[in-house]
Design a protein around this ligand. Structure first.
Ligand SMILES: Nc1ncnc2c1ncn2[C@@H]1O[C@H](COP(=O)(O)OP(=O)(O)OP(=O)(O)O)[C@@H](O)[C@H]1O
Length: 112
């Protein structure tokens, strides 16, 4: 199993969620975060307003999935989140050792 973490522009959340559902993702977590990339200290448009602060509001999506779903998930996220403007975000992929569905006790791929 792998965890795909995507940090995206907040207004892209619905599109990214739908793209992930289309490839069969059945669960994910969303967190409001703030951060910066290489454009630290530069302006960025966010909902029509120009921000000149270091930390811009972003949304982090976390989805744990089977190894063979990673490429499709990354493609879905990139396809939905890309605007070709600075600050489109990043995707990180990391290994996950175990997953357990609390209600049933199922584990591994059966739990995700
Ligand atoms: N190395 C990193 N580790 C953790 N979070 C990061 C990292 N780089 C970027 N982020 C997060 O991703 C968000 C979006 O990054 P951003 O797209 O601005 O990166 P960038 O490298 O400047 O790319 P671009 O040139 O397309 O703007 C940041 O606001 C921050 O929350």
């Amino acid at each position: 199993m792998k965890k795909v973490e995507a940090i995206i522009k907040p207004f892209k959340l619905d599109e990214v969620k739908e793209a992930l559902q289309e490839i069969g993702i059945q669960g994910l977590s969303v967190t409001e975060v703030k951060g910066f990339g290489r454009q630290k200290g530069h302006t960025e448009l966010y909902r029509g307003a120009e921000y000149v602060v270091d930390f811009l509001p972003k949304v982090k999506i976390e989805v744990v999935l089977a190894d063979d779903m990673v490429d499709a998930a990354v493609d879905a996220i990139v396809g939905a989140a890309k605007t070709d403007k600075i600050g489109d975000g990043k995707i990180f992929v990391s290994p996950v050792e175990q997953a357990i569905r609390i209600r049933t006790g199922e584990s591994g791929d059966d739990a995700i």
